[in-house]
Unconditional design. Structure first.
Ligand SMILES: NCC(=O)CCC(=O)O
Ligand SMILES: [Mg+2]
Length: 331
């Protein structure tokens, strides 16, 4: 059937028929807030490359967790911004039971047990060189020794009360090793969110400012473990391995430039598929909005809806609280 019997504009004419045929609707329950924690109290340190994002001391973080609960955001993904003084070559602070990150988890879960809490498992905030793993004399990130450290780290996080451990390091085999260790330690309910297809992206720049690893990393890139921007068959292989090793959910990262990968993963495996709208995506949208070049509310909700349309079941975003307010109060 063609024009005039088929006029696609008929259904678009009014709000009621647009609503009835809408295929994808973004919900607050699709969102995961992202936050950074620092030592101290009453602290909200601005991250210059991410206007509106703050590194929070634990007391302030608990308030942000309260905002998430009040708005109906199901979960919070936490990253530590530890002082330079605790960084070492071997990243041992990562599994210290009394480290900032573990204390933060205990504080949030004590006050808001119903909020899902996601811990980042990677060594970069804790290494003097800013790499996600342990390095050899040539600076190459060593896979298997790194896994041993990641296992200790994941156990410390499960112990502290994180509901999800989320390995973001891209070592081979770490999901299986962490799953086995969690089972053996009796943490049978701790979920694993695998950063399965994490690309070596330039969009992580502002995040590295936020956790204080940018200066330490220097000119060393992460191309020997994160994925090449040009690949997507390889993403499917990564996801398949992580599912078999025991991941409960898989992730594609960054978000907007990689939605083709999200769609392929969701179509192929049908597992819980998360996507991460990363710091550089936030910074781009925020900068354009602050210049008056884009309408922030419109483009943020549009990008998040596009991620869901591409197949994402949940979206990690620094905009989660803003988006939840826009969605629920129409603010
Ligand atoms: N593991 C976390 C990152 O690598 C970066 C996230 C971001 O850029 O927001
Ligand atoms: Mg992998």
């Amino acid at each position: 059937m063609s024009y005039p019997s088929t006029r696609l504009r008929r259904m678009r004419r009014d709000a009621f028929s647009r609503a009835l045929m809408r295929e994808t609707t973004l919900l607050v329950s699709d969102l995961i807030m992202v936050a950074f924690v620092v030592e101290g109290s009453g602290k909200r340190e601005a991250v210059p490359s991410m206007p509106g994002v703050f590194r929070l001391s634990i007391d302030e973080l608990v308030k942000l967790a309260g905002d998430c609960v009040a708005l109906g955001i199901p979960a919070l993904a936490l990253f530590p911004s530890p002082g330079q003084d605790v960084k070492t070559e071997d990243a041992r602070e990562a599994w210290n039971p009394d480290a900032l990150f573990q204390r933060a988890a205990r504080a949030v879960k004590a006050r808001y047990p119903q909020l899902g809490l996601i811990g980042d498992v990677a060594l970069d905030p804790y290494t003097t060189h800013g790499q996600d793993g342990l390095i050899d004399a040539a600076g190459y990130v060593m896979n298997d020794p790194t896994i041993e450290a990641l296992v200790r780290m994941a156990l410390a996080q499960a112990e502290a009360g994180f509901d999800f451990v989320a390995p973001s390091d891209m070592m081979d085999g770490r999901i299986g090793a962490i799953r086995l260790a969690l089972e053996q330690a009796g943490h049978v309910h701790t979920r694993i969110l695998a950063y399965s297809a994490k690309y070596a992206s330039g969009f992580y720049g502002p995040f590295r400012d936020a956790v204080g690893s940018a200066g330490n990393l220097g000119s060393g890139g992460k191309h020997t473990y994160q994925m090449d921007v040009g690949n997507s068959d390889e993403a499917l292989r990564e996801v398949e391995l992580d599912i078999h090793e025991g991941a409960d959910a898989v992730m594609v990262k960054p978000g907007l430039p990689y939605l083709d990968v999200v769609r392929r993963v969701k179509d192929r495996f049908g597992v819980p598929t998360f996507v991460y709208q990363v710091s550089g995506e936030y910074a781009m949208l925020k900068a354009a909005a602050q210049n008056g070049w884009l309408d922030e509310r419109t483009v943020v909700l549009e990008t998040l809806t596009a991620m869901k349309r591409a197949g994402a079941d949940a979206i990690l975003t620094y905009y989660a609280i803003d988006a939840a307010r826009w969605l629920t109060r129409g603010e």
